[in-house]
Design a protein. Structure first.
Length: 565
């Protein structure tokens, strides 16, 4: 295994070497930057997360590469924008035949090559089946030696109630969807009966039954708890799941310590995405209802892994990277219309708002006692995609040369060797649409962001009417684009005057960068919109191709009408 010289870290005398650290990655689902004590919250208790920030390096301007789970996590694992791998959309079901291409080179693959034992505990959400229950996109095919968790994550239906259907109009919406299924099955039966003699009644009953089973069992089939490649529980028991994730993570750490092997452990928590499932003593203990309970339970869970590292005497030699996959969800409301999702502090917007600060500013801290000075705060813009190149620099390996890598090593920034981010530009997407570009000039303190599209928020707010409208809404195209200095104006309330410099000069530089970026995307894997036709693609052999073409559009409409995630 390669070693990182202390000359790079500036820790001791030149010529000595330090063995690369164990690595623990904590990823919380949908956590807002304002939900953490170290980032400004004074009403939720997050002592363990706060200790990571206090004893490590706090990244005040860290950015998720996307404002949704799948593209953000794909980018973190590959150091590449999700548009390059075809992962721009959210994977909604185990039966969507789409996932992270196996040609991508991932963080666990890199570390496994360097002699690390690797494990993913918790949420994956980068695909599962490509063919009939083949687990083609199982994380063990991407460099993880061990996987224990859910292939997708927690959605509302997993909580035991069909809350997705209820949000869309309850039984009336269910009847509408079933009506579409009836019409679609009739069309299918008609075309098939014309060609191969299958009766309309038989096909109608079969397809309606399939639609009904799909709708009624969506929560059960996606609440699948897996160990490596074996389903061990379906549906997953949410009353015990957090404790079981902790136990699994602790067991992995203890096993690798006994073997004296370096390890990479990703603890990808199911909290605080809904369905929320906090358990005693946290249930009902916070000031902010089930969401606050879930935040505090997650902090406690993180603390249990940290205590294990301390008990084994390996805390100093372990790099801990804590973050959220994107901003908090501001469209979450309860039955009384009250917001019950995350808080993004002073920043506007939230989950799904691809270019907004509240959607992509994340609470990130890195602790490594043997390698980094504690208490350091970095306000330069950084990215989730920097994680892989930074770890590559630490363990002494290299990023692949045969593809475009968007992340950069921020090790010199972390150690104080450099004062400025290695990035000049960041590109902010909503699915495949470029929403905004951030520019950090070489001189001065400003960080500019040029918005091409503005969200369709409710008047006087920074929130969409609903999650469905946020997912499907296109927003308003800005002509001319709106430019902000997010350092001087982090709330983005006062756009720069388009008729006065530096507007024209900054926009010119950003536009030049946009063209180069778009050129670099040529030849990338196209992003696939997961729809109902993909849901059934695992079973497509039962349909005749020409019949499928007639009905796939109508099926997609039904799927998007009912599935919010």
């Amino acid at each position: 295994m390669a070693y990182l010289t202390l000359a790079v870290l500036g820790l001791c005398t030149i010529g000595q070497a330090i063995e690369p650290p164990n690595i623990v990655l904590f990823v919380v689902d949908d956590l807002g930057i304002g939900d953490v004590g170290s980032f400004g919250n004074d009403s939720l208790r997050t002592p363990y997360i706060d200790s990571i920030c206090k004893n490590g390096v706090k990244l005040e301007h860290d950015l998720a590469s996307a404002a949704l789970c799948t593209p953000s996590r794909a980018a973190m694992m590959t150091s590449r924008y999700a548009v390059r791998s075809g992962m721009s959309h959210v994977i909604m079901s185990l039966m969507v035949a789409n996932g992270l291409p196996r040609s991508e080179w991932t963080l666990p693959q890199m570390l496994k090559q360097e002699g690390y034992a690797t494990a993913l505990i918790g949420k994956w959400h980068l695909g599962w089946n490509r063919g009939m229950l083949d687990q083609y996109f199982n994380p063990i095919n991407y460099g993880f030696n061990h996987f224990f968790g859910l292939p997708t994550g927690i959605i509302k239906d997993i909580g035991g109630k069909q809350e997705i259907i209820q949000e869309l109009g309850g039984d009336a919406m269910l009847m509408k969807i079933m009506g579409i299924c009836l019409i679609t099955s009739g069309l299918m039966a008609y075309f098939l009966s014309k060609r191969i003699g299958i009766t309309m009644a038989l096909m109608s009953v079969g397809f309606i039954g399939t639609c009904f089973v799909m709708l009624k069992t969506n929560g059960i089939t996606n609440a699948t708890l897996v160990r490596n490649d074996r389903i061990i529980e379906m549906p997953a028991n949410l009353t015990t799941i957090t404790r079981r994730l902790i136990d699994e993570g602790q067991s992995f750490v203890k096993t690798q310590r006994a073997k004296r092997e370096p390890f990479f452990l990703e603890m990808s928590w199911l909290h605080v995405h809904t369905f929320l499932h906090p358990q005693p003593p946290f249930k009902g203990s916070s000031k902010h209802g089930p969401y606050g309970d879930a935040v505090e339970e997650t902090d406690w869970a993180i603390g249990q892994i940290m205590k294990t590292l301390e008990e084994l005497g390996i805390s100093d030699d372990t790099l801990i990277y804590f973050t959220s996959d994107h901003g908090g969800d501001k469209t979450e409301i309860d039955e009384k219309g009250r917001m019950v999702g995350g808080w993004n502090g002073i920043f506007r917007g939230g989950k799904i708002d691809g270019g907004q600060e509240g959607a992509i500013r994340v609470p990130t801290c890195i602790q490594w006692p043997s390698g980094l000075t504690k208490g350091k705060v970095i306000s330069e813009p950084t990215s989730h995609m920097d994680l892989m190149p930074t770890i590559a620099a630490i363990v002494g390996t290299h990023m692949p040369k045969d593809r475009h890598i968007d992340g950069k090593s921020i090790l010199p920034l972390l150690t104080g060797e450099e004062k400025r981010t290695p990035h000049d530009f960041f590109f902010h997407y909503k699915e495949t649409e470029l929403m905004a570009i951030r520019h950090r000039p070489r001189e001065g303190d400003a960080v500019y962001k040029l918005h091409y599209v503005w969200p369709g928020w409710q008047p006087g707010t920074d929130t969409w009417p609903s999650l469905l409208s946020a997912l499907k809404g296109k927003g308003t195209v800005l002509k001319p684009p709106r430019l902000f200095n997010v350092v001087a104006d982090p709330k983005e309330l006062n756009p720069l005057d388009t008729k006065v410099e530096p507007y024209a000069g900054i926009v010119k530089k950003i536009e030049e960068a946009r063209l180069l970026h778009e050129e670099s995307l040529v030849g990338s894997v196209p992003s696939i919109q997961p729809g109902l036709s993909q849901f059934f693609s695992l079973h497509r052999s039962v349909f005749v191709d020409y019949a499928w073409q007639y009905i796939s559009d109508e099926m997609d409409k039904a799927w998007h009408a009912f599935n919010l995630y």
